[in-house]
Design a protein around this ligand. Structure first.
Ligand code: HGY
Ligand code: MN
Ligand code: MN
Length: 407
């Protein structure tokens, strides 16, 4: 009996999910636990029901859909990703891995095949961490890395309490996080970077994932008149922020591997003729080498002191996220590489620049990832695009690896 992907349904569901939370940017915004996120969740649950999966929701809103196996003694193989998005997002980030997981279960169902070991498709909550930090929150709670009650009390960038929003959208589930212990975890995802396309390769076999450091930096200066205050008398939070942004770019360039991004900044009172009193900004730093990432953090801490003294402002920093670099499971990585070769797809081993739920699952089970190319390396942008052929190649590899591990 051949087990074949229903690629038309996979591509159609990607488009349908991508239409939920449409915003003015021609992208979509489905921030964690928002109404748009609820709409996406409801659609996913409906698709899981169509496949007659056993559906469970856990205490942080992670959604699990399980196809039972013939041997209940075997722990399930878990495949998945996330369906929440950043602001003005593309339609593939996260969604592709979850919907390809459904496509794998649909192929088994349509072939009338019961896998030896159960297969669970999961959509983890709040992978992006834009509204509520940290990112990869749902999978971190699931892996026992952070307490769920503590996460319910997290206050979002919009002042809402996470637990209230989770209950409001109806996804405060009754399953204890971590109750489903996976045999292994596989995540199919777009690369979100330029490497595969630049080398004209179809599949990325992800063996590593770089370290992540997020901090919020608050600069307090003195509001004053833009027209009457001599430069030497200023305590300009805006200038201090600009100096910091310039210096962290110089630091990253000099390191050769560290990436540094100031993605959000807010001045107050934020008026054209008032020297900014405060600047609140976020700093995202990444490096495949944890020691270099720690060195970058130390460099920034010293930089904050220098700039504060130079401008006569006070600067404080709050660490939001610090995840170490992760090495995925060698046997699983080899399995993906061998399967990809057997299917005749071109491939390379690589490190993930982005954070993913797989890095949290790696704490409790063998985990690895499969990448497909991103056109021009663009992601976290409505222009994010991967060709149908590449999407199908990735899902084909996922199905073949799942068959080798559980059918
Ligand atoms: O930030 C990341 O790397 C992921 O998109 N949450
Ligand atoms: Mn993602
Ligand atoms: Mn993302």
């Amino acid at each position: 009996m051949t087990i074949a992907l229903d690629t038309a349904t996979l591509l159609a569901q990607l488009t349908q999910l991508g239409a939920i939370g449409h915003d003015a940017s021609s992208g979509r915004t489905r921030l964690a636990f928002s109404d748009a996120d609820k709409q996406g969740r409801d659609q996913l649950v409906a698709w899981m029901q169509e496949l007659s999966l056993d559906i469970k929701i856990d205490h942080i809103g992670n959604i699990f859909g399980t196809l039972a196996g013939s041997d209940p003694a075997l722990a399930p193989l878990m495949i998945g990703s996330h369906i929440d998005t950043v602001i003005n997002a593309g339609m593939y980030d996260g969604c592709y891995g979850v919907l390809a997981g459904l496509a794998v279960l649909r192929a088994l169902r349509q072939a009338g095949v019961t896998p030896r070991r159960a297969i669970t498709v999961v959509a983890f909550s709040n992978e992006e961490g834009v509204r509520y930090q940290p990112d990869m929150m749902g999978s971190l709670v699931y892996a026992g890395g952070i307490d769920v009650a503590q996460m319910w009390d997290v206050v979002g960038t919009d002042g809402t309490r996470l637990g209230d929003e989770l209950r409001r959208i109806g996804y405060a589930g009754d399953l204890r996080p971590g109750a489903i212990v996976p045999h292994a975890y596989l995540e199919l995802h777009i690369e979100q970077g330029p490497l595969l396309e630049a080398q004209a390769l179809q599949i990325g076999v992800v063996a590593d994932l770089q370290g992540i450091s997020w901090q919020q930096i608050t600069i307090n200066g003195v509001a004053n008149h833009a027209g009457t205050t001599p430069l030497a008398m200023r305590h300009d939070a805006g200038w201090a922020a600009a100096e910091l942004i310039t210096q962290v770019r110089r630091m990253a360039l000099a390191s050769g591997s560290t990436l540094a991004t100031v993605g959000a900044i807010q001045f107050s009172p934020n008026a054209i003729n008032v020297i900014p009193q405060t600047a609140v900004l976020t700093l995202d730093m990444r490096d495949p080498d944890d020691q270099k990432l720690s060195a970058a953090e130390a460099h920034v801490a010293a930089l904050l002191q220098t700039i504060a003294a130079q401008e006569g402002v006070t600067i404080t920093s709050q660490q939001l996220v610090r995840f170490p670099a992760v090495h995925f499971d060698d046997a699983l990585v080899a399995e993906i590489a061998q399967t990809t070769a057997a299917l005749g797809f071109s491939q390379r081993q690589m490190t993930s620049g982005a954070g993913h739920d797989a890095q949290m699952l790696a704490r409790i089970a063998p985990a690895a990832m499969i990448f497909v190319p991103s056109q021009a390396g663009i992601s976290h942008n409505p222009a994010e695009y991967t060709s149908d052929a590449d999407l199908i190649a990735g899902a084909t590899v996922l199905l073949a690896v799942v068959q080798r591990l559980s059918v």
